[in-house]
Design a binder for this molecule. Structure first.
Ligand code: MN9
Length: 289
């Protein structure tokens, strides 16, 4: 198995003024992340507004990114959906577009029983040759049983690991110490040092789109054993994230990117447009980067 350790941007999806996906800006943003030295891209997830795209749009995003990147970095496709069949259709496109792995959040809304969730993952994993990075995000889907799901597939070579978007770092450590070594990625950027110290192999995050250099500083300092430097860079990241939260993290990220010369439009409804105060704060943050 390829070594997937590292730091991945949860790639934003740019939109044009008319609301359609802006594929040219998508390619530019992907290049910006790769040129900054990130390990790879996680496409079509929460940050990519994956659930606000139609299935066909998410597939087209995979095709465009896959073709444009052409092997320059690792690629994960988030194919998670409420419908297993929809997830499978998207996984097949991810496979034919050159992605390294698929990822999926557990099916949500209906409070499916554990057995149904296991079957969902098994069905997606059987549908293509790609390995699976299970997306553990209990706050969003309300599902808290990912450890059981992961254990059910621990012998399956197609299980690559977990994207762990949760403050429960005990659970992160548990994922890392099962009977087989899995790749575990920290999902909350504001806790990257903590996640790494509990054994994470890297991180996947939204703020990596606009501050990859700070994220890389955290990651490389930690890897070099310079924990003080990693903490210092984390503090820097967290002052920025704290300032963003009151205005909406994704809206702020898009506005910061615009201020950095990478216009990616606004978030899709029902995300609200960014307030004037948010725009001013975004400008301030961009000037500090
Ligand atoms: O996937 C992102 N998760 C969500 C990663 O947005 C739900 C994070 O990067 C957060 O946006 C970030 C800010 O809370 O940590």
């Amino acid at each position: 198995m390829k070594n997937f350790q590292g730091v991945y941007a949860a790639l934003m999806t740019p939109f044009s003024a008319d609301g359609s996906v802006n594929y040219e800006a998508l390619k530019t943003l992907a290049d910006h992340c790769i040129d900054a030295g990130l390990t790879g891209l996680y496409v079509g997830g929460s940050t990519g507004e994956g659930f606000l795209l139609t299935e066909e749009e998410r597939m087209e995003v995979f095709r465009v990114v896959g073709q444009h990147v052409g092997g320059r970095c690792n690629l994960f496709a988030h194919v998670g959906a409420i419908s297993t069949d929809s997830a499978i259709r998207m996984a097949r496109v991810a496979e034919s577009s050159g992605f390294d792995a698929v990822s999926a959040v557990a099916p949500f809304y209906y409070s499916f029983p554990l057995e149904a969730i296991k079957t969902y993952y098994g069905d997606i994993m059987q549908a293509t040759s790609l390995p699976m990075l299970m997306y553990n995000f209990p706050n969003a889907g309300g599902f808290n049983g990912m450890l059981d799901v992961v254990n059910a597939f621990i012998q399956d070579e197609k299980l690559l690991g977990i994207k762990h978007t949760s403050q429960n770092l005990f659970e992160l450590e548990q994922f890392k110490h099962l009977s087989r070594d899995l790749f575990v990625f920290n999902g909350f950027d504001e806790m990257l040092v903590a996640g790494l110290s509990m054994g994470a192999d890297g991180g996947i995050g939204s703020t990596y789109n606009f501050m990859p250099h700070i994220i890389l500083e955290i990651y490389h300092s930690f890897q070099n054993g310079d924990i003080a430097a990693a903490q210092k860079a984390q503090e820097k990241a967290n002052r920025i994230i704290s300032a963003m939260i009151p205005f909406g993290v994704f809206q702020m990220e898009k506005e910061i990117l615009k201020n950095l010369g990478l216009p990616v439009g606004e978030c899709r409804k029902p995300f609200l447009p960014l307030s004037q105060a948010g725009k001013e704060k975004a400008k301030e943050i961009a000037a500090m980067l």
